[in-house]
Design a protein around this ligand. Structure first.
Ligand code: HEC
Ligand code: HEC
Ligand code: HEC
Length: 159
């Protein structure tokens, strides 16, 4: 927790935080470190170096726990601390990279905004598309529509 403490200044967890020992601590290795899982809402903000255009985004972390942790924390090994998305070497570009001819400007996933948009909007849109298929299907035994999250700008970047 200690080495991660500063991170929570901008994470601004508004609800409970649940902590447990990581595998390292359980097996008595040197990494005696708790991992704390923010429950409830996490505020997702642009890095300090960015003058943001849009308001920050409320992310209800625990509404997403039907998914595997690794669905989002895709580099997590299951025993070490979960790293933030903008950790150095990950989605740590704070500006859109220069456009390469032929490539779409939202291709570069190292740019934090593209990473968030691809993951958050991508999944919500996928579910919407599947629901649309269900709605349009003529079958008698239609499965129930799935819950999904926002895909519109101001639904996420709320004032
Ligand atoms: C739908 C995506 C998603 C799922 C599923 C998810 N998380 Fe997260 N989690 C996030 C995001 C986004 C953050 C904020 C990361 C940041 O600030 O860079 C976060 C933050 C965290 C943090 C704090 C990281 C830090 O920087 O200190 C921990 C710990 C964590 N998650 C653990 C978990 C665990 C354990 C699970 C599975 C039960 C899980 N998460 C499932 C998206 C997810
Ligand atoms: C793998 C799929 C997936 C990913 C990735 C994902 N979501 Fe969701 N999201 C969902 C589903 C499913 C729901 C509906 C959950 C429910 O209502 O029980 C949801 C609901 C939400 C809601 C509304 C629910 C509430 O409790 O208010 C918000 C806001 C949201 N997501 C934001 C985000 C953000 C921001 C990210 C990226 C950091 C993200 N989501 C990533 C699947 C996903
Ligand atoms: C599912 C949630 C979600 C939706 C929908 C969404 N965004 Fe974002 N957006 C984020 C997250 C998370 C970030 C990273 C945190 C931040 O910078 O606020 C972000 C970052 C940004 C940024 C960079 C930071 C800034 O404010 O300058 C811009 C610009 C932006 N989004 C614009 C948009 C626009 C325009 C739309 C609609 C086409 C949109 N977003 C839709 C979640 C979303």
């Amino acid at each position: 927790m200690q080495k991660k403490g500063f991170k929570f200044m901008w994470l601004m967890v508004t609800a409970m935080i649940v902590c447990f020992l990581t595998a390292g601590a359980i097996s008595g290795k040197e990494t005696k470190d708790d991992m704390c899982i923010p429950m409830g809402d996490i505020e997702l903000k642009a890095p300090d170096s960015v003058e943001s255009i849009r308001p920050s985004v409320r992310f209800p972390h625990s509404s997403h726990f039907d998914y595997s942790c690794k669905q989002c924390h895709h580099t997590w090994d299951g025993s070490e601390q979960v790293q933030g998305c903008m950790t150095s070497g990950c989605h740590d570009l704070d500006q859109a990279p220069k456009k390469v001819k032929g490539a779409k400007s939202d291709d570069d996933i190292q740019y934090y905004k593209n990473a968030y948009h691809a993951q958050c909007i991508g999944c919500h849109k996928n579910i919407k598309a599947k629901n649309k298929e269900i709605e349009l299907s003529v079958s008698v035994m239609k499965p129930k529509l799935m819950k999904t999250g926002p895909t519109g700008c101001i639904q996420c970047h709320e004032e």
